[in-house]
Design a protein around this ligand. Structure first.
Ligand code: Q9C
Ligand code: ZN
Length: 344
């Protein structure tokens, strides 16, 4: 399978995040992508550098003011105090119900809150450069399948599926899967499916495409009543306006069995075939793994091969985009199983 990597992912290396009130080492760390790249290279895959500029697609899935903020955020942070180069900004105030989000404040931390859904998405010196190169990698994978390749894999971090039209969240800044889907549409696809199999609901992707019929979004995830992102991902969210009927959420209780998970995958595949899309983008979160430190499903490494085989069975040009997965040392083996299963 054609595979792209993000040669700049190391530039996004925040030192800590918040977990239950404490500052802890980041779960979403550079070693994650390193392990995946290493596993792929050992198995004989070449990792290509991005060859497509995602800027055009980014402007269609994110607001300009959000993109402008993200590109300049680190410089704004350091401008407040030169000593800020050795620390990270975190938001502390958000425009929740009744507060205005149409006026961008001048205060940097207030801007950071405006463009964030949580305080769990640390922004660091090279975040923009890394996230942009990741979006380029996702666009590059989409371009290959648009040009006739049966499948392409995009190994990147930071992940993307929690990033919405104008906000970051859940370790995500730019929505790589949305960029891939938009790129396919821009290359002539009429209908694209984004299937999100990350443990966490892909709220950003859902929100980006919620009113559109040209992208069917389907997500299998831990029930948001108890799992992040909490405020989206319920079964009654079916899309709105022209997008009504083009959003399918399949939440499962935390701790659900592997059999339950694959039953949900079958329901997703049935809907995908009915939609008859031109292409498929998979938000490939591997945090459904039994050993994941922050998630509660139970897939074993061999189950990822079954997933890959089932996805291939849809018979669609497919771009696989890495999302979450925090059992870093096993991430390479798990990603490789999906690819091997797909190619079997
Ligand atoms: N601080 C993805 O898998 N909070 N994001 C977890 C630990 C957010 C996961 C609690 C989890 C977001 C792409
Ligand atoms: Zn996740």
């Amino acid at each position: 399978m054609i595979s792209f990597h993000n040669p700049l992912h190391h530039l996004h290396a925040p030192a800590h995040e918040f977990f239950r009130g404490n500052r802890v080492d980041c779960f979403e760390k550079p070693a994650r992508a390193d392990y995946v790249e290493q596993a792929l290279r050992q198995a004989g895959y070449e990792l290509l550098a991005p060859d497509t500029d995602a800027t055009g697609a980014l402007k269609k899935v994110h607001s300009q003011r959000y993109l402008d903020f993200l590109a300049s955020a680190w410089a704004q942070w350091v401008a407040l105090d030169p000593a800020n180069t050795t620390t990270q900004p975190f938001p502390s105030v958000w425009p929740v119900r009744t507060l205005r989000s149409d006026v961008e404040p001048a205060n940097f931390i207030a801007k950071l809150g405006l463009y964030s859904m949580d305080n769990g998405t640390p922004l660091a010196r090279g975040t923009w450069e890394a996230a942009k190169a990741g979006a380029d990698a996702a666009a590059s994978a989409a371009m290959r399948i648009a040009a006739g390749a049966p499948a392409a894999f995009c190994c990147t971090r930071p992940p993307g599926h929690h990033a919405g039209p104008d906000f970051m969240g859940g370790y995500c800044f730019l929505n790589n899967a949305a960029v891939a889907a938009q790129t396919l549409l821009d290359q002539g696809a009429q209908r694209v499916v984004v299937l999100d199999v990350d443990y966490h609901h892909g709220n950003g992707t859902q929100s980006i495409f919620y009113q559109r019929a040209d992208v069917l979004f389907i997500s299998i995830h831990g029930d948001p009543l108890t799992e992040y992102p909490f405020y989206l991902g319920h079964a009654d969210e079916q899309g709105e306006g022209a997008g009504l009927g083009f959003n399918l959420n399949l939440p499962l209780p935390a701790g659900s069995s592997v059999a339950k998970w694959f039953a949900a995958l079958e329901a997703a595949c049935t809907r995908i075939s009915q939609y008859a899309p031109d292409a498929l983008v998979v938000s490939l979160g591997l945090d459904t793994y039994v050993g994941d430190p922050i998630s509660q499903f139970a897939l074993a490494t061999e189950d990822f091969s079954t997933l890959g085989r089932r996805l291939a069975g849809l018979g669609l040009p497919t771009a696989l985009v890495l999302e979450g997965g925090y059992a870093a040392t096993e991430l390479g083996a798990n990603a490789l199983q999906v690819i091997h299963g797909f190619e079997a």
